[in-house]
Design a protein around this ligand. Structure first.
Ligand code: C5P
Length: 219
């Protein structure tokens, strides 16, 4: 059985990918399935944690034993995560959060016109991971980010760990056949002030347990 090393702990996990509305029927989205975030929630429940799972547009059944909060946009995800983080011992941001959102959402479906397409003006979304890492709403809280990189994976990951200010950053390479929507994942977990941990290709539950193996002793 799983170690009960998260017993009595509250962990918050974000999963899936945000959708930023353009009009009532269209959005800017991404290819995140939510599988890795759900694996983190499931394994945390197995290790005894109280789990809040903030799920953005995930077509998966609720994991048994987790409190699931469903959201759509980055701003909704932020509200849910920041709210739950106030009482959390660990926050794991596995969700793919859109960096930008349309400045305004059209009231009705945008039509084709002879004038051609109008540009979609974008505004920057808040960086939730950086915000929570800076705020540290609870002392001793452990904050984990994910980074999907397509090139210079480790160099980009180290820079991101420092920039975001989180404790751990799970860096995985994405691209055709890698990570998104697949049952397997491979990653390097970067540790602030410590040595990186390599997790070879395997089920997403294995990567999830490797994350909790690093989080639990830091709590
Ligand atoms: O900068 P990048 O998007 O690659 O960072 C990925 C990490 O930051 C993920 O953990 C993601 O959940 C988080 N993130 C966030 N808010 C954003 C963008 C990303 O919390 N606006």
């Amino acid at each position: 059985g799983a170690p009960r090393d998260l017993e009595g702990r509250h962990v918050v996990v974000s999963a899936g990918g945000t959708r930023e509305a353009i009009d009532p029927v269209r959005f800017i989205g991404n290819r995140s399935s939510g599988l890795q975030g759900y694996a983190l929630a499931r394994t945390a429940v197995a290790r005894g944690a109280t789990v809040t799972l903030v799920a953005a547009n995930v077509a998966l059944p609720d994991p048994a034993g987790a409190r699931v909060v469903r959201v759509e946009s980055a701003l909704e995800l932020r509200e849910a995560v920041v709210g739950a983080a106030a009482s959390a011992d660990a926050v794991v941001m596995a969700a793919a959060v859109a960096d930008f959102r349309p400045v305004s959402r059209a009231e009705s479906k945008i039509k084709k016109t002879a004038a051609g397409p109008a540009p979609i003006e974008l505004a920057e979304n808040p960086d939730i991971l950086a915000e929570i890492s800076a705020a540290r709403p609870r002392p001793g809280q452990v904050i984990v980010g994910f980074a999907a990189e397509t090139d210079d994976v480790l160099a980009n990951g180290q820079a991101k760990l420092a920039r975001k200010g989180c404790d751990l950053l799970v860096v995985n390479q994405v691209g055709p056949g890698l990570a998104f929507g697949t049952p397997d994942n491979a990653a390097t977990i970067l540790v602030a002030g410590g040595d990186p941990v390599e997790v070879p290709r395997g089920p997403k539950d294995t990567l999830a347990d490797a994350v909790w193996n690093l989080v639990a002793p830091r709590l």
